[in-house]
Structure formats: C-alpha cells, structure tokens
Design a protein around this ligand. Structure first.
Ligand SMILES: Cc1cc2nc3c(=O)[nH]c(=O)nc-3n(C[C@H](O)[C@H](O)[C@H](O)COP(=O)(O)OP(=O)(O)OC[C@H]3O[C@@H](n4cnc5c(N)ncnc54)[C@H](O)[C@@H]3O)c2cc1C
Length: 444
C-alpha cells in the first residue's frame, strides 16, 4: 500500500471527490465581509453562478460585527467621492431606510457614512438575494482544492459536516488571506520582528448625551486620567461617536498590542484583554466624562476587530510611496484617498495624507492596481479586501471598508469575466474589466 502524505490545508481534485459535492459553479467567494459580499454581488450580476461562503451568521464581516462607519468613500480635504458602484448602492439603501448619515470626521479619515449595522446585515442579504448569489452561512472553508498550481475549489465545514465546493474562480475575501495561505501563495504574515496594527474591541454605550463633550476634550480627559494612573487606558485618543440610535455612542477606544491574530492562542487572549479594557473604558467614561454619567454598556462587538494579519504578496505590492505620491496605475480598479492611519505607533495614531506625505489633507487619491489582487504563481484565485497585496504602511491607508467594497466589486467582476471567457483570471482583458466597472458605477 502506498501511503499518501496528509496535507492539512490542500487536497487534490481526486481527494476532494470523496466529499459530498455541495456546489459546482463559476465563482466561489470565501468570506462575506465588505469585500466578499461586494465581490459575490458583482460576479452574480454579470451572469455567473456565484456562491458566497461565510463562517458567521450574517454578511458584512467586520462591517456588521465590529463597526458602524464606512470610511474611504471620500478623500479627506476634498468634497469628491472616490468610491461608487456597489459601495455607494449600499450607502443609498441604508440612507433610504433612515439607517445612515454622513458624519464629518473631526480628526482623521474624512467624511464617513455612519450606519445601523443591523440594517446593513439586511441590505447585504437583499443585494445578494437580488443578484442571485447562493449564500452559505455558518460555513467555513477549511482546505483548498488544487490541481497543480490552480485553485479549483475548497472544502468547507458546515452544520451538516464537510462538503466540496467546485469553482472556476475562487475569490479569497477572508480578511486573513486564509485561502491564499492554504493555497501556498507568497504572503506577508505577522511576525515577532514586524509591527502589526493593534486589535480593538469595540462597544456601544446607551444613555449618553454626546454633545456635552467634544472629541478634543475627551482626548484631554483620557490623557489626564490615564497619566494619573487612576485608569488603565492604553489608547489616549480614538472615537466615541454618535450613532443612528439616539443617546447611543459607538466607541473605538481599546487597543490590544503585540498580537499575531493568526495564532489561535494569542487571538484568544486578545479577546479576553479586549473585554477587560472595554469595562475599564466604561468605568472611565461614566466616572469622568460629562454626558456619560448615566450611560451603560449597551453591547460589545461579538469578536475583537483585527486590522492587519496575513496579506498576499501579489503581482504588485502597493507601497507607502504609491500612497503618499497619489500614484496612478494603468490597471487601477479602485481609488483611495484615505490617509495612512497607523495605530501601531504607541498610544496615539499617526496620520500621513495622500498627496502631502504629512498631516495636511489634500483631497487627492491614488489608484489600486488589479495586480494587488492577483497571486504570483497560483492560478484560479483572486484576493480582495484587507488581505490585498500592500506593505504595512500602504495597507494602513487602503484597508477602509469603502476600498474593500470597491476591490470586492473589481474582483467579482474580473472573476465573472474570466469564468465566462474561459481565460485565466490573471489574464483578464484590463480595458474590458475597467470599462465594465465604470458602467457599473465604479469611480476609477
Ligand atoms: C477596530 C477596527 C476599526 C476600524 N475602523 C474602520 C472604520 O471606522 N471605517 C472603515 O471603513 N474601516 C475601518 N476598519 C477597517 C475595515 O473595517 C476592514 O479593513 C474591512 O472591514 C475589511 O473588510 P474585508 O471584507 O476585507 O474583511 P472582513 O470584513 O474581516 O470579512 C472577512 C469575512 O471572512 C469570513 N471568513 C474568514 N475566514 C473564513 C473562512 N475560512 N471561511 C469562511 N468565511 C471566512 C469572516 O467571518 C468575515 O466575515 C477598522 C478595522 C478595525 C479592526
């Protein structure tokens, strides 16, 4: 008997054939966050059989689990919107239901669209259903099916056990480059010697009168009471902003440093530390900040927010220089004007703006090349969202949800184009792809 070595992350098409075939089609998108949901809607709207696999109970990813404000839609310092298409359709659907409003950010990323995350879940459901996307929730991709260097499906774990998904193109929108990692793509990964953005547990407080304390005053109080040692406040700035619900603020205050979010033990400890810090920030806010005297913890995100983990090293790696010099690319499939927002720098956040390279917003933006979504050697796979190919600094600019949705739309459209034409996804005709994106409302 020949012993076949067991590969924990990859299987051949023959091995995959031993599992129940749950779906067979054109485009399988893994991960239903901002990038993945947009990718699936785009692929399905272009007439391809599309599956969206998400391990959580709803779509939206970090956008519905952790946050409530889309950034990246506008370039700070200018009034121009730089993202359209599906992202803007989502904003309009939220606004039409009175579930979103534009909020001028007082200290960094420019105008954001603050929304009700519960309504966003429904909006994504409706967009996916309307486009004809098959959605599998509570399903986690666990192994990649590879024919040589070509990805041709995944194995997933579902409530009914394992199953086989066969697809012409797979889009990795897992945030953690989970599929690219399993497929053996070149990746940049968290390491002890490399600074990784900290994790944040977000939470909401109800019973607040937010207008009684400005952001500047809140930051001053954090410094005063943090420095005195009365409270353990690892971050001395950050946001506690009004939401779509009266008297409710959403916070982005806690900061868990030095964590490799791809290490299961470290991630588990970070969850506990995020909860501990949340309770401490609530104590500080209610005891020291005007407007919070009667506030109470209305809810915490179901999981800690991960800003940065594994990233693809793709056909092109977006750099700090590309961002700060507002570089244009012939194969741009999305735009970004968001500054480099680096939380890894200690207690404060460092901001460096596109076009100026310093703390002056210019309203300028840069292009995100398609090549940042394309793995170097592996075929049949695209990557979209926060696991795109970018350096740490460039990633700190391009990771906002506005850009993740735009990249997702681009990846989904490209995947559909490749599946329809029987071409390799890395070789899709760029003029056609960009033309389709523009017709579909993308701003390039
Ligand atoms: C604390 C924090 C604050 C931030 N603040 C803002 C902000 O205010 N505004 C803004 O625009 N951006 C903000 N960002 C950045 C932004 O939220 C993220 O970069 C963006 O949401 C990433 O989107 P994504 O679709 O790439 O990944 P995600 O939204 O993380 O989605 C990935 C999805 O893939 C699923 N998944 C993962 N692995 C698998 C698998 N193997 N099988 C099936 N499913 C899988 C996950 O469950 C998840 O739903 C913030 C990020 C953090 C962490």
């Amino acid at each position: 008997m020949t012993l076949v070595p067991f590969d924990p992350v990859r299987v051949t098409p023959e091995e995959a054939g031993r599992y129940p075939l749950l779906w067979d089609g054109d485009v399988a998108v893994i991960g239903g966050g901002s990038a993945g949901a947009a990718a699936a809607v785009a692929a399905a709207r272009h007439g391809r059989g599309t599956l969206l696999v998400e391990s959580a109970a709803c779509l939206g990813g970090t956008g519905t689990a952790v946050l409530d404000t889309f950034y990246g839609l506008y370039a700070p310092g200018g009034a121009e919107r730089v993202v359209g298409g599906i992202a803007w359709e989502v904003c309009r659907a939220l606004t039409d239901r009175d579930a979103a409003f534009e909020r001028l950010n007082t200290y960094g990323a420019g105008t954001g669209v603050t929304y009700d995350p519960e309504v966003l879940k429904v909006v994504w459901d409706e967009l996916a259903r309307g486009a004809g996307v098959a959605v599998l929730l509570h399903a986690r991709a666990s192994r990649v099916v590879m024919d040589g260097d070509t990805v041709c499906g995944v194995l997933i774990e579902t409530v009914a056990g394992p199953g086989h998904i066969r697809a012409r193109v797979v889009v990795d929108a897992t945030g953690d480059a989970d599929i690219a990692w399993r497929a053996g793509c070149a990746l940049e990964r968290p390491r002890a010697d490399r600074v990784v953005q900290p994790l944040t547990q977000t939470f909401r407080l109800a019973g607040v009168d937010p207008v009684r304390t400005t952001t500047a005053e809140l930051h001053r109080l954090m410094r005063e009471h943090g420095d005195s040692g009365a409270y353990d406040l690892p971050r001395r700035e950050g946001s506690a902003h009004r939401t779509t619900a009266p008297g409710v603020v959403h916070t982005n205050l806690t900061r868990v440093h030095g964590v490799d979010p791809t290490d299961p033990w470290q991630l588990s400890e970070a969850e506990a530390e995020g909860r501990r810090q949340s309770v401490e920030y609530v104590r500080f806010l209610t005891e020291r900040v005007p407007g919070y005297e009667r506030a109470f913890l209305a809810g915490a995100a179901p999981r800690i927010g991960v800003r940065e983990s594994r990233r693809l090293i793709g056909e092109y790696v977006l750099t700090r220089d590309d961002v700060l010099s507002a570089r244009e690319f012939d194969d741009a499939v999305a735009r970004c004007g968001a500054p480099i927002e680096d939380h890894a720098a200690g207690r404060d956040t460092i901001w460096r703006y596109v076009g100026s390279g310093d703390t002056t917003p210019t309203g300028r933006s840069y292009g995100v090349p398609f090549r940042c979504l394309v793995p170097r050697r592996v075929d049949g796979l695209l990557v979209a969202g926060r696991c795109l190919s970018a350096t740490h600094d460039a990633h700190a600019s391009v990771r906002s949800m506005g850009q993740c949705m735009a990249m997702g739309q681009a990846a989904g459209t490209a995947a559909a184009q490749a599946a329809a034409g029987g071409t390799r996804v890395r070789s899709v005709d760029m003029a056609t792809l960009r033309e389709r994106l523009v017709v579909d409302g993308a701003l390039l």
